[in-house]
Structure formats: C-alpha cells, structure tokens
Design a protein around this ligand. Sequence first.
Ligand code: SAH
Ligand code: SF4
Ligand code: F3S
Length: 445
Amino acid sequence: MTDQAQTAPAAKKLFIKTYGCQMNVYDSQRMAEAMGAEGYVLTEDQAQADMVLLNTCHIREKAAEKLYSDLGRLRSLKVAKPDMKIGVAGCVAQAEGAEITRRMPQVDLVVGPQSYHRLPAMARGEGPSIDTDFPAEDKFDHLPERMATRRAPAAFLTVQEGCDKFCAFCVVPYTRGAEVSRPVDRILSEARNLVARGVRELTLLGQNVNGWHGVGPDGREWGFGRLIRAIAEIDGLDRIRYTTSHPNDMADDLIAAHGDVPQLMPYLHLPVQSGSDRILKAMNRKHTAEQYLRLIDRIRAARPDILMTSDFIVGFPGETDQDHAATLRLVEQVGFGTAFSFKYSPRPGTTAYDRPEVEAAVADARLHELQALLGRQQQAVQQDMVGRTLGVLFEKPGRETGQMIGKSDYLHPVFVDAPQAQPGDLVQVRIVESRSNSLRGELLT
Ligand code: SAH
Ligand code: SF4
Ligand code: F3S
C-alpha cells in the first residue's frame, strides 16, 4: 500500500464501460477503487481518458460482439491519442484472452475476472499484459478497502463467485471459474463498512449466491440464510436483497428467512429457463417444472406477498412447440413480476454448442409470445400496486424539478414529487399510477 502511495502519479483519468450482470458492475467499482489508489480518477468522457477499460460479458454472442464493435470505434481515438491505454476486463477477457489482442492490436491489457487485483501493476507496465489466471490467492485480499466513489444508498456486495453447475448453454463456469464463497468475516466487515458510509440497502451478489456457505464466528457451518440473518443485525441497514439464486440451492433456512427477516425484501429472482422437463433435463438444470412450482409454493407460504422474477431461454436445441407451451403454462401458473427472456445463443465450449439449432424464425416467434405474456403479467402486478402504500428508498433526483427516484420494496422504480428529500431517505409512498416500467407515487405526509 505505502509503496503504491509513494509512486502514485498525478491524477490520470479512467473511463470504465460495464457490460453484463451486476457482478460486473461490482467488479468495475472495485477496479475503479484499485486504480484510484494508483492516482486514477473516473471520467464519464471517453475522449478525455488516459485509460479506457471495457468490463465485458460473454453470456450471449451479441454481448461478446459488442466488445469488438466498441474496440473498432476506439481505434481512431487511440490513433489521435497514442498514450491512451485500452484494457479489456471481464468474461470475454477470460474466454478469449490473447485472441483479443490478436484481433485488436490496439488493446494494451487483458485481465480476467479473478485476476483484476493485478490491474494496477499491469497498468504500470509490470508483469504480463494478459492475465487470465485463476490465481490461488483471493483477489479481494489484494484490493483496497471499499471507498465511497459515489454516494449511493444502495450497494452491491459480492459474497460468492463462480459456478459448478454447468448448465448446457452457459459460459459462466468457464469465465468465472469454480464456486468460491467469500469468508464470513470479510463479508461482514465490507457490509459494515458500506453501511458506515451511508449505504442503507445491500444486494448480495453471486452467480449462485444462495449456494454460499462458510464457517461462522460460532465455529459452525453457515448457509446463506444464516449469513443473511447476520447481515440483518447491522445497525442502519434497512434492506437486503440477493441475486442470482438457483432453485436447487433454496435451503429451508433461506426460505424461512423470507418470512422472519424484516430487512429481507419481498422480491426473488429465481431463474427457471424452461417449463418443459425434457428441456430442463437437456439443459442440465437438475430439477423439474413441478419441483420449481412446489418450491415457489413454499417460498410464498413463508412470504405471501413475495414478487417472483425469472430468466427464460427460448429455442434451446430440441425445443418443440409442446415444450414451449409447457413454458407458457409454467409462466401462467407462477405469475411473475417481471422476467428476462432470451433467444438461445450457442456458446463455444459449452456442451449444447454443437446441438442442432431451432429455426431462427420459430425461436423469434416463441420469444415474442413469451415476452407478450410476461409483459401482461408485469402490467397486472404493477397495476395491483396502485393504491398501496410502499416503502421507497430514494436513490437520485429525477428529471423533473423536485422529483426523486427510488425503488419500492418490490424493486419497482418509483417517481415521487419530493422537493425536500435527499437520496438515502426511506419513505412511505402511496402509489398512484403504473407506467410502462415504473410507478408514480405520492409522499405520505
Ligand atoms: N446463475 C444464473 C444465471 C446467469 S446467466 C442462473 O443460474 O440462472 C443469466 C441468464 O442468461 C441465464 O439465466 C439465462 O437465462 C441466460 N443465458 C445464459 N446463457 C445463455 C445462452 N447461451 N443463450 C441465451 N441465454 C443465456
Ligand atoms: Fe450458468 Fe447454470 Fe451456473 Fe447459472 S447455474 S451460472 S445458468 S451454469
Ligand atoms: Fe456476463 Fe460474465 Fe456476468 S458472462 S452475465 S458478465 S458473469
């Protein structure tokens, strides 16, 4: 640390673009903090940057291609400004490594999601310019303590990384590596630190967040539900959320926590991918549609008002009209608050990669049909909120004067006229209108 402070150059500007999931958002913050210790300050203006860092996603082909189109555009900037460094981080960096610099020689650094604690040294020109190791050391032990880069009342905290589940379509086990849970004491100290800096809502992150496990200060093996209970004891922390969870890791204690931990918000993202047992099996999801439905019954028994969301893939290899109908049936049965749905994208290295694809037009039509149904459910759920009084945590001012934007307990964005309010205020709001992707509310006085 001290050496870094001594050698820190005058303020240089860092521009970071983040693609993909919330874990990448978290990683970008940590990389910004690590580079901050090197004298870099963040800029929103790419043209001003001494270093441009692209934190990438490999989940679908389109996501990965975006990197190359962005790099293409950066080429002319680099010609005009040859000292500017270009770094590629994240899941494409992990998956493609040296292929990136081969295709795009203007790239100076490539750093994978498990080795970004080495980014500062790489930026100084020490060590390799491509680092996609899964190092034995824990990157979090080599990163500076969390800093308040921007005052925000809601923050992410990674508690678990990687995945051992190997769903047939998914690159995450390859890009993020094996499942690793961070130790309890590190998680609790990071959480306390964030709360001490004004954070009132924490979203615990992991690719299989509810698979988290560790040894508690009591010497016992803790599961994720126990961790949530410990985090809920932090004074000043009002809300806890977590994402993304796997249906097979919804332990009894975690389900019970939804009933008896008041800080745990009534919202759960639980990807199911398909409603067809045949397709679930081909996807290697290791549960049936019926098991998923019964699981939701148990979660709703613990917390009746919980809002469920999910992820779906349509057009997985071998998916028939009957399989698709089973997915629509499952959606009808559950009633989701919202959900993400994607057309299957074959990913190199995954087991489904070489399987014969569903015709594109058929997959498009199915996606359209599923999204229409999910859209109707979303509107119905939002309409149901009208007239209710909900907690809203204000995050930032809205576009109109005196307006604030916050999230409801159910994670809906809510616009409220509140000229006296500050980000970080947790207020009671009466919902008066449902818009396409948000709600409008009035302060209860
Ligand atoms: N860990 C989470 C999901 C991580 S990826 C889970 O187990 O559900 C986020 C979502 O991207 C997945 O839920 C899936 O719906 C989608 N996805 C992943 N790979 C995909 C692929 N090859 N094609 C289309 N969608 C994909
Ligand atoms: Fe990917 Fe499946 Fe792991 Fe989720 S559980 S990250 S979909 S392999
Ligand atoms: Fe994408 Fe990597 Fe997240 S592939 S979805 S950025 S874990």
